[in-house]
Structure formats: C-alpha cells, structure tokens
Design a protein around this ligand. Structure first.
Ligand code: GAL
Length: 837
C-alpha cells in the first residue's frame, strides 16, 4: 500500500517492479494446482497416496477469533485436514439475501485452515443434519409453493443448485479448491440420503442421481463424496458414518474406504445425560479402520462448540455441542482423548507408505483376533487386533508372542515392536475446573434490573398479526423468525350451551415443544415434552363465562427437527385438535376449536423491540425495585466485568428456568438449567471402554441440570463493562447467576518402565504434586492410592523437583530414576503422578 501511495516517480517505478515480482510469486505460490485423485486404495495428493486424518470443526459453532487456535490445536493433534459442513439457513436466512459475516465467514475459515497448512473437506450438503436447526434448510424453502424437499422436485432442486453453485463459485473465486492451489481436497453433496432414501420411492433415486450429476457438473477438480449412500453413482465416492466403520466397503471398486464421521462422543438433548466415549474406544475404532484398509478418517466432531442463538437443531438439542470431542466446547484439550489420538496419528502417518501400497494379508486367530500385515518391498507394518470385548489375547506373530488386551489394536510399524496399543493410554488426563470471576465479587456484585414481557395484547386481548381458520404449523407460519408464536381464538358460549358443567377443561394437542396456556387473560398452565417423548396432550380445568372467552396459547419451539425421512414436514406448535370439554358424569361434551378463526402473533414484544440490544430505543424502562423471582415472561438485565485473564468464560445459570441470554447483544443461545437430566443410567464405576459403544454407555450428569454453564466467547466481551440480558420464559431467580473461567485444575498420568510421562497445565505452571508412586499404584484420577509395593527412592520429591513451577515436565519411568521396587515379579512397575495446576 505504501508503494501505491508514494508520489515519487522513482519509487513508483521501484514499487511497480516489486508488485510485478510479488504477483509473479503469487501466481507460482497459489496458482499451482494440487492434483487430488483416487483409486480403490487411497486418496492421492500430488502423486502420493495418503493416510488422511481429518476432524470436524463447524465454523459457526465458535467465533472467528477462536478459529486460529482451534485449527492450530487440531494440527498439533496430528490432523491433516479440517472438515466443515456449510450451513444454508445461516447463509441465506431470507431467499437471495446472504450472510457471510462474523462466524459465518466461510472463506476466512477455509483460509485459516490453509494458513495452518491443513487441507479442508467441504461438506456443502446443503442438507447437513448436524443437530442444526432444520438440518440446515432455510424454512422459507419449505414455504415455497410446490416444493418438496430432498426429492426429485424441480422447485427444490433449483434452490439446492442455486446455493450449491453459489458456494462452489465463492470457493473458486478465492482459488480455494486444491485444483486451484487451495486447501479443499474433497467436497460432499447431500448427507446420509441413503439412510432415508426408501421413503422417497423412485423419486429418491432420481434425486440422488441428479445430485451426483449436478455436483459433477460444477467442475471443482477434486473428488465428491456422498456419505451413507451405498448406491452412489460414479464418480461420487460413497463413505461411511458411525462409531465403527471397519466392516464398511464402498460400492465402487474405484472408491477408497473412507470414514466421514467417526463420532467421538455424542450430542446432548434437554433432559438427556452427558455422553462420553472413551479415548481407548475411539482409538480402537480408528486403528481397526486402518487395519482393515481404511484410508481417510474424519472425527465428527474434533471440536463440537456451541449452538449460539437459535441454531440448535431439534427438537431439544442443547446449546452446548461439546460432543466429548478431542477439543472441548471452549477449545481446551480434552485429555486424554486429544493426546491419545495424537500418538495414534503419529504412528499411522509413519507407516503411510506401507498402508497405501503394501500387499495385505490377514491371519485369523479366531475369537475376533486377527493380525494384518501390510508388506512392501521396503518393509512391513502389522496390526494385531482383538475385537473380543472381555478376553485378552496372546498372539504368536512370526515366532514372537504379543499380548493384545481385549477390545484393542496394537500397531507394529516394523512388525516387531509395538509402537502403540489403543487401550494403553500414555497421555495425561486433565480435569477442568471453574474459577470465580476475579474481576469482581459475583454473584453479589451483579445488580439486576427487570421489566415484564408485555402480554396485554395477546394473553388479554387476543390481538394478532394475521388470521387463519385453522391451526397452523408453527415453523411455516413464523417462517422460523422466532421461537415464539401466539395462537389466539375466542369462543362464544351461550348460557344454554350443552357444554356447561362444573368440570370443564381445555384439551390441547401439542407437538412436543413448549406450550403456555392462558384463558381470559389468566395463565392456566404449561407443558412440554419430557423423557424424549415428543407429543403430549395438555388438559387443564378452566373457568369459562357465558359470552366471549379468550384462549391464548403461546407456543415455543426448541430447535426444529433436523433428521429423519421427510423430517421437514414434521409439524411444530399447536396441532389440532384444541377442544373444550364439559364432563357430566359419564358423558363428555366436546367443542372442537381447531377450525375456529385463530389470530397469530409471531415472537414477543421484547424481542420485536430488541430489548437485548444495547442500543434499543426501549432501553429506559428497566426498573430496579421489586426484583421478581419465579416470574414467567420476565426480562432481566445486569452489567458485569469480564473475568480477568485469557481463559474461556462461562455463564453459570444456576437458579434460572428457561429462556435466552445475550451478552452485549450477542445471543449466546437458549438456556434451560431447570430441565434436569434423567435420573437413571449413570454408573459410579469408571467407564469400561471394552465392547461396542453407543450414546447410552458411559453417561454422566444424571439428575443434574442438563446444561448449567453457557459459553461466552471472549470476543463477545469488552474489557470494562459488559451487559447481560436474560429473557426468562418460565420463571427463575437470577441471584446466583455469575461468570466463571474454565481452566485445567489437575493433571495426571501413568506409565510403565520405558515410558516417558509428560504433564502439562496448558499454559499455567504446575503448582503442587498431589500424588506420586512408582510401584503398584491403584485408583483413578482424584483418588489414587499407593499399592503394596514401592520404589526405593521418594517418587514424590523427585517429581516435585522435576515439575513444580514448570508449565510442562517430562518424567522418564525407570528404576534408575525411582529406584528398584519390592514388587512381586507378576506386577509391572508403574509410575502414577497427579499434579495440581
Ligand atoms: C449423522 C449426521 C451428522 C450428525 C450425526 C450425529 O447421522 O450425518 O450430521 O447429525 O449423525 O451427531
């Protein structure tokens, strides 16, 4: 720029020369195409067959400020590529009006991946599922006349093609496909259509053929994939999704064996428990996949992140999308998962050549025990797999005996020495803790003001914005512009109406989301789905009067359905019938109000008036006196000081009911801490990694608030004063609401002789050693105890010297360091250390 501004002729000449030179360099640097091709064995990049490890990070589930750190940690974790979906409804919220700002800046995200030297996998969809609102479809699409989604319907296909082309063109314009020298090596069209295709009949098959044709015609110069599509037409590559994909084979012999979603954990629903998948089991699934000829593997998720605003899918997906991924919701290393997988990636990459070129032979030892040998002229690499969930195996390979623990895979890069076993975790375990806001003494320092949500014209007067003589599907009627829709009708009851009785009720058929009912301006009750059953009948006694009676029903959706055959047609809001019932002995007189004239109002006044926004013109009417608690439909406001330091910030919503929270106008998502997770299913015992995983195994948080803490990205806050605004729908008490930071509290690790234990407090010094023992220590993190035998030197003081005051320390596990032990010969001498950060 300085060049261009320069006015001096001589320097202008100099500058032009420099610019030409730079442009020339640029061409060479960025325009050189990377050739991505494939055969039945592997993806080939610039002539080299690759073992590719990728991980999903969805750009809108974090902030642009977080991306460099997340991507760097992914690279440090041994990833080659970052995968993301593209979120159509976020980018095109209104037809032909696009948004690529802030955390929707897809180009910036891909360029951040590129800057870190990683490849990118772009799953355009544009249907994505992803526990994202409506699976990523904009609701206006559903409202287009004549449209049918995900099938051979011209209206839909035109829109899909329009958006897909737009994304492809944006990428091309920035030279982001590998064929143009960019990082994108693979793209995806549709998503798991094969799982639901049969419901669409012949039109489904025609649609998937069209998807393939349309994608191919976009000429992106890198391979296209279709996940879970066992009839994927060439040149589409059919790929696998699941917790295990070792037995998957693509339909086309020219397609390499690829795994697009290795679920590192699972998502969480309101009322559900916290799912966990062990590091051992994830590593086992990956190693087995590569043992059985896999070539590309993507972690779904590598970083799950947060469903900000109204982006959570449904029904009932929580705001946290942590997923128990290797990087937690806030971007911290989830240890030992991150580190255990990093070590696996190092070993797999070290044998890339053999894996992608070697002749494969297998020895079957029965009882789910196998050895796989990849042999090239230069050398061989072996996998010893034991898929038995209870018994360890002893395998004789080329005359040497190896013990392979149950449900594990050993990798021997030279077919002699075990470099890695999936069940032996040699990475530290970290325990994260929350710390109080050091900037002020919360929660007592938070001074709250409040104002009621104005429900006069709806609950009391029944005034709406439009009318219909039927009960409308909420998502279509509200066009997804709000969670809230008022359904209002009046019913004229004559004195002589046969319905009159002492026992009269209103019966409402709900779609599973939330209902708050008011009759003649009086609140009579609420209902919502619990225990995963998404339909209910609300029935409550009502006092009606002769003449006009007003019925006002406020429906609140909690994320629109994102998965299933024809999920897009599932109705939300109040379903028919809505009835008044008069009970007279055995007799029931029913008045069906479904076809009455209903008035509708989308949203709430406070939302319309943007009370959450700092520059709302209605900002003045907040009051400080008579702060209510447990009052429905109430707005609360406070200011706070951002917690000191750099650690991630969470908002503790303990005591609140359900609603939305905004920090400086940023919607941090739905909160609902009053919804407790199911009581049953958590086990006090440590989770057994052995045996097939599913999302009901290894759950925690039974009976506690489904989600108590909510991520407030640092970039949402200013250094001095910040504003927090809550809309409380059910009623709560803000007295305990406070901000905290999340950081590593303690770290622990174990190793046997020959290992090196590395402990790191991730940027903070190690402050103390809680436990150290070389011998036969027992227990788990937080409750280690010494065993019956011990090394002759004082392990504790040795480790204190080596670690305290340092951010990271490495300890070699050996008798030289810790002295010989008095352990029985059957015991493997083990060092266990636990340190406080
Ligand atoms: C898959 C889907 C993903 C995600 C995942 C569960 O079926 O392709 O988008 O929804 O399930 O987290």
């Amino acid at each position: 720029m300085a060049c261009i501004l320069s006015q001096m002729a001589s320097s202008r000449f100099y500058c032009l020369t420099v610019l030409f030179f730079l442009a020339f360099l640029n061409l060479n640097l960025f325009a050189s195409a990377t050739i991505v091709s494939h055969d039945g064995r592997a993806i080939t990049i610039d002539g080299k067959r690759r073992v590719l490890i990728s991980g999903s990070i969805h750009y809108p589930r974090s902030t642009a400020e977080m991306w460099p750190d997340l991507i760097k940690k992914a690279k440090d974790g041994g990833l080659d590529a970052i995968e993301t979906y593209v979120f159509w409804n976020a980018h095109e919220p209104t037809r032909r009006q696009y948004d690529f700002n802030g955390n929707l800046d897809l180009i910036r995200f891909i360029k951040t991946v590129q800057a870190e030297g990683l490849y990118a996998v772009l799953r355009i969809g544009p249907y994505v599922c992803a526990e994202w609102n409506y699976g990523g479809f904009p609701v206006w699409l559903h409202n287009l006349p004549g449209v049918e989604l995900r099938t051979a319907n011209q209206v839909f296909m035109d829109e899909m093609q329009n958006f897909t082309t737009l994304i492809v063109d944006m990428m091309k314009q920035e030279n982001l496909f590998a064929s143009q020298g960019g990082p994108i090596i693979i793209a995806q069209v549709e998503n798991e259509y094969g799982n639901v295709m049969s419901s669409y009949g012949a039109a489904g098959k025609a649609y998937i053929d069209w998807c393939a044709y349309m994608a191919d015609s976009l000429d992106i110069g890198v391979p296209w994939i279709m996940c879970q599509q066992s009839d994927a037409p060439e040149p589409m590559i059919n790929t696998c999704n699941g917790w295990y994909c070792d037995s998957f084979t693509p339909n086309n012999p020219n397609s390499p064996k690829m795994w697009t979603e290795n679920w590192t954990g699972w998502f969480k629903s309101w009322g559900g428990k916290d799912p966990h998948r062990t590091a051992e089991d994830v590593a086992f699934s990956v190693a087995r996949f590569f043992q059985t000829g896999g070539t590309f593997q993507n972690y779904y998720m590598y970083h799950g992140g947060t469903n900000f605003g109204r982006t959570a899918g449904g029904p009932y997906i929580t705001t946290s999308y942590d997923y128990d991924a290797p990087l937690d919701e806030f971007g911290n290393l989830n240890q030992p998962k991150w580190g255990h997988l990093k070590q696996l990636h190092e070993v797999l990459h070290s044998i890339e050549e053999t894996l992608t070129h070697g002749n494969i032979s297998t020895i079957d030892y029965h009882n789910s025990v196998t050895a796989t040998i990849y042999a090239t002229e230069k050398g061989s690499s072996c996998f010893l797999g034991n898929a038995n969930s209870t018994s360890d195996a002893t395998i004789d390979l080329h005359g040497t005996e190896y013990t392979v623990p149950a449900w594990s895979v050993s990798i021997l890069p030279d077919c002699q020495n075990v470099a890695y076993n999936t069940a032996k975790v040699k990475t530290q375990t970290s325990v994260m803790i929350k710390k109080k806001n050091q900037a002020e003494d919360e929660p007592s320092s938070l001074k709250w003001s409040w104002r009621p949500e104005n429900t006069d014209d709806t609950a009391r007067q029944g005034r709406g914005q439009f009318q219909a003589k039927q009960l409308l599907d909420q998502k279509a009627a509200a066009n997804d512009s709000s969670d809230y829709l008022w359904y209002m009708t009046s019913v004229n009851l004559k004195k002589e109406d046969p319905i009159w009785s002492d026992n009269m009720t209103i019966r409402i058929n709900g779609s599973g989301h939330i209902l708050h009912a008011y009759v003649n301006g009086k609140y009579i009750g609420s209902q919502w789905a619990k225990n995963g059953v998404f339909s209910y009948i609300f029935e409550k006694n009502v006092k009606l009067k002769p003449g006009r009676n007003l019925i006002s029903l406020l429906s609140a959706t909690v994320g629109l359905q994102n998965y299933g055959p024809m999920f897009d047609l599932i109705q939300t809001g109040i379903l028919a019938p809505v009835e008044l019932v008069g009970y007279k002995g055995d007799e029931r007189i029913v008045k069906d109000l479904s076809a009455h004239k209903w008035s509708y109002k989308i949203g709430l006044h406070g939302l319309d008036n943007q009370l959450y926004s700092l520059d709302s013109s209605h900002a003045s009417k907040w009051q400080e006196h008579n702060l209510p608690t447990n009052r429905m439909m109430t707005w609360y406001k406070t200011t706070f000081k951002a917690p000191l330091g750099k650690y991630p910030v969470v908002l503790d919503m303990d005591g609140m009911g359900k609603g939305f929270a905004w920090v400086n106008g940023h919607n941090i998502g739905r909160y609902w801490p009053s919804f407790l997770a199911e009581e049953d299913g958590c086990s006090p015992q440590a989770c057994d990694y052995r045996g097939p995983y599913d999302n009901n195994k290894c759950v925690t948080n039974c009976g506690k608030p489904t989600q108590r803490w909510y991520h407030v990205p640092r970039s949402f806050m200013e250094n001095d004063v910040n504003t927090l605004i809550l809309f409380e729908e059910f009623g709560g008490n803000p007295a305990r609401v406070n901000f905290q930071t999340i950081t590593v509290g303690s770290v622990s690790g174990s190793g046997i002789e020959g290992d090196t234990i590395e402990l790191s407090c991730q940027g903070q010094p190690i402050s103390a050693i809680e436990f150290a023992s070389f011998g036969d220590p027992q227990g788990t993190t937080g409750s280690f105890v010494k065993g019956a035998c011990e090394g002759s030197k004082d392990a504790l003081s040795i480790i204190q010297k080596a670690c305290v005051g340092k951010e990271t320390c490495k300890i070699e596990v050996s008798k030289d360091v810790f002295g010989s032990t008095n352990c029985d010969s059957s015991i493997v001498n083990t060092l266990t250390v636990e340190a406080l950060c």
